[in-house]
Design a protein around this ligand. Structure first.
Ligand SMILES: [Zn+2]
Ligand SMILES: [Zn+2]
Length: 266
């Protein structure tokens, strides 16, 4: 039996939340018995905190997504800090820059990203970065943070080998989603082949981004992450057990997870 950790799931999204018990059961049967659920706005952050109290082996991260940066109010920073004091809240995220959709003005995205990096610093927590068509600007914000090394994760990594190297050179981590299984993602596959084994994590980003052979299936769910792990094993010419071992180990290190995996022997 393999043990994988889904480091980026949106369990509070209605598509998953309304059938969460069944989703979790299928996940556990597939060997994924531990998850990090992600908040994207203040209402969602509160929901993440509540859900983490209810479900064993569920951790959370809280923050304002770049899409929602324009909604950020100074009082939110204080509330995020308060929520993030809970033991099961393990990171500030997802935060960053999204220049693909531009749902919030770029200068606002940037200042809200910087403010939340500051919060992570104050709270001594790692950050989970959402970067879409904004890689250089994300790096610029992170390069201004002296403690970024070892505490920064680029989620659903979508760059190639060159971008991966820039991330690794800074001491950051990166996580691969189902996108790595897509036929039209040779760059991401190349990155997954060469990234050092001690810096890579796995995620679903469910309910989005179902991996092949479930591509296009909605919602995506953690049980499907086995296919992502299989693809990475194939790309690296190792076993899925190897991939499970090093990605789970990296997840524990990065998020400082307590060692209490269901049936845990990792
Ligand atoms: Zn994201
Ligand atoms: Zn996400």
């Amino acid at each position: 039996m393999i043990h994988l950790i889904d480091t980026h799931a949106h369990f509070t999204s209605p598509a998953l939340h309304e059938q969460l018990e069944a989703v979790i059961e299928r996940s556990q049967q597939a060997g994924i018995g531990e998850w990090v659920t992600v908040g994207t706005d203040m209402e969602d952050n509160r929901a993440v905190a509540r859900l983490c109290q209810q479900i064993e082996n569920l951790h959370g991260m809280v923050g304002i997504h770049p899409h929602d940066a324009k909604m950020f109010r100074p009082a939110d920073a204080a509330e995020i800090k308060q929520i993030a004091q809970a033991e099961k809240i393990v990171a500030i995220g997802e935060i960053g820059l999204d220049y693909h959709y531009d749902y919030s003005p770029r200068p606002v995205q940037r200042s809200v990203f910087e403010a939340q990096v500051g919060l992570a610093e104050e709270m001594n927590l790692p950050v989970v970065v959402h970067s879409r068509e904004a890689f250089e600007d994300c790096l610029a914000v992170l390069d201004a943070w002296p403690q970024a090394a070892g505490r920064t994760l680029f989620h659903s990594f979508s760059g190639g080998r060159k971008e991966a190297q820039q991330v690794l050179d800074r001491g950051f981590y990166l996580s691969f989603s189902g996108v790595v299984t897509f036929k039209n993602a040779p760059n991401i596959q190349e990155a997954a082949r060469y990234v050092s084994a001690d810096r890579m994590l796995l995620e679903t980003d469910c309910p989005f981004l179902s991996p092949a052979p479930h591509r296009g299936v909605k919602p995506n769910e953690p049980a499907f992450m086995v296919h992502t792990a299989e693809k990475i094993a194939q790309l690296r010419d190792v076993t899925i057990e190897d991939v499970a071992y090093f990605t789970a180990d990296n997840s524990r290190t990065f998020f400082r997870l307590k060692n209490h995996l269901v049936g845990g022997d990792v």
